[in-house]
Design a protein. Structure first.
Length: 544
């Protein structure tokens, strides 16, 4: 029996037919910018290190993080993970726990003593870094990797800035902080403690510095005056947190404490007061809970620990051992207006002021020619250059949002700018890619996989001491969480396109190298685009 011609062909190959000439558009592999990468203030390539982590190659994943962020164990705890707020995975089930995987990798690096290689030969150039907070440490780290000598002048007796003196140990254990700072020092960064800079020119001359990065921070609390008869102790939040770090056992702030403010420092002060033995802690805030600048997960943890919120209230005065609070009303423009109605909060032992931070004493900068100031900060351009040649500034010292991760990003940007300056070059920031939007993903390929919940201390243990509240993921959970990443806009070599192509027009290049199209045989059907889970293939018009 003769078979029809159509079924006598080898169905495994169409190489005899050069169907590429039929094409009006062609598929191309692309690398779009994942939303998490775009939003990270430190500029981490989150998708890249999660890809390494999901392979189980934790060391490579950590090395990828360290290209941009020298403090992953710290940031995995203290960063407010804005990356997760834009994670496309939330449209499927829940966001990827990026911070938890970063913390896992950071802790693994500490446990295994992983070190960083210096990228470039020694340049012979020196850079003075003023301040050893996140911005200063980040700048010193990146400058060292770029071949320069970084010398830090720190006014305090210990390194870390607000990471040490502003973040309580229940959020950031000091063993973690010390380990990551020690790794930076071991790279060759010199740190001079108890060295407050009073004359910038003299400090630069002393060190023979060719450039300087100013990162002295904002560790003063913004205060507000209201009448008081002296019957209630008034403290500022930053100095309280500093004293907790220095002499926790000797502190007595009483049994009933009011914290004035609604930011993250206010939450830290309130939760610390509980741990110091206060029986009742009340946060007084002038707007609503929904408008509090503190991150909601921290507010939730504070409420779990028994802290009370008195919103739409301001302190009018202190009298007779208590607080007179005025009720407020919120306008359509989010302005808190007085009502003329008052209430009395009795038997308050301490009021903690937490109304924001101000730059430390920067009088040593006032006489530097070319430096300008905006408010309490140093004026810089978008590349962190001040008005004085060879002087950059960043972190909380400049007018910008004040947070840990942004400070780390400032340090990196300044280091790259300074590197170019010292080499007589111009630093060109890499172009921003096209955002990988959820609509470009083929999300049906991703099965529901709920987010891993980090283990947490019991409530009674949280209230009774400064032990770390959130625990680490174990390896199986970290691997699971990394594999929840959808690799938005970037190929993760799933082979879907390779298997789906009807023309055998896709070549596997090799592990980690992706795929290539054989355009002689690709007729532009677009099936590869339809089958790509992560939106890493675009169709573009064919040029004639």
């Amino acid at each position: 029996m003769e078979h029809p011609f159509a079924i006598t062909l080898d169905v495994g190959s169409s190489l005899a037919n050069r169907t590429g000439s039929w094409r009006t558009s062609r598929p191309v592999y692309v690398k779009h910018l994942p939303p998490c990468n775009d939003t990270c203030p430190a500029g981490e390539n989150i998708q890249a290190w999660l890809f390494r982590a999901e392979e189980g190659n934790y060391h490579l994943a950590w090395q990828e993080i360290m290209k941009n962020n020298p403090l992953p164990a710290i940031m995995g705890r203290a960063c407010y993970h804005t990356c997760e707020s834009v994670c496309n995975r939330a449209r499927v089930d829940e966001t990827v726990g990026i911070h938890a995987v970063e913390r896992f990798l950071g802790d693994m690096a500490i446990a295994n003593g992983w070190t960083v290689t210096i990228d470039k030969p020694v340049s012979g150039k020196k850079v003075l870094v003023v301040g050893s907070g996140p911005a200063g440490l980040s700048a010193a780290y990146h400058l060292t990797r770029l071949g320069h000598k970084a010398i830090i002048h720190e006014a305090a007796a210990q390194t870390g800035g607000l990471m040490r003196y502003g973040i309580p140990t229940y959020r950031l254990p000091r063993r973690v902080l010390d380990a990551e700072i020690a790794r930076i020092e071991a790279m060759g960064v010199e740190v001079r403690l108890n060295r407050r800079v009073e004359d910038l020119g003299a400090a630069m001359a002393e060190e023979g510095a060719d450039a300087v990065f100013l990162a002295s921070g904002a560790q003063n609390t913004r205060l507000v005056d209201f009448p008081t008869d002296g019957s209630v102790q008034v403290r500022d939040a930053i100095s309280l947190l500093r004293e907790i770090e220095d002499k926790r056992a000797q502190l007595d702030i009483g049994k009933r404490v009011a914290v004035y403010g609604g930011g993250n420092v206010a939450i830290d002060a309130a939760r610390s007061a509980i741990r110091l033995g206060a029986k009742e802690v009340i946060i007084v805030y002038r707007r609503t809970r929904a408008t509090m600048p503190a991150h909601d997960f921290e507010v939730v943890e504070a409420l779990e620990e028994g802290i009370e919120l008195r919103v739409l209230r301001t302190i009018e005065r202190i009298e007779n051992g208590g607080l007179v609070l005025e009720e407020r009303v919120l306008t359509d423009t989010n302005r808190s207006n007085p009502t003329g109605r008052f209430e009395y909060l009795e038997k308050v032992d301490t009021v903690v002021m937490a109304l924001g931070q101000l730059v430390d004493d920067n009088s040593f900068l006032k006489g530097v020619p070319g430096l300008e100031f905006v408010g309490d900060g140093v004026k810089v351009d978008n590349l962190l250059r001040s008005g004085r040649e060879g002087v950059w500034a960043g972190g909380d010292l400049i007018p910008a949002e004040r947070n840990l991760t942004l400070a780390v990003g400032h340090g990196k940007l300044a280091a790259r700018q300074i590197d170019a300056y010292l080499r007589g070059e111009t630093y060109v920031h890499p172009p921003r890619g096209k955002i990988a939007k959820f609509e470009k993903l083929n999300s049906w390929y991703y099965a529901d996989a709920p987010k891993t919940i980090q283990p947490a201390l019991s409530l009674i243990r949280r209230q009774s001491g400064f032990e770390e509240v959130l625990g680490n993921l174990d390896e199986s959970n970290a691997l699971y969480e990394a594999r929840r990443c959808m690799s938005c806009g970037n190929c993760f070599e799933c082979d879907n396109c390779y298997g789906a192509c009807p023309d055998n027009a896709i070549i596997k290049v090799g592990p980690g190298q992706g795929f290539e199209f054989k355009y002689d045989y690709c007729k532009g059907c677009g099936l590869c685009v339809t089958e790509c889970p992560c939106g890493a293939i675009d169709m573009v018009p064919e040029t004639i």
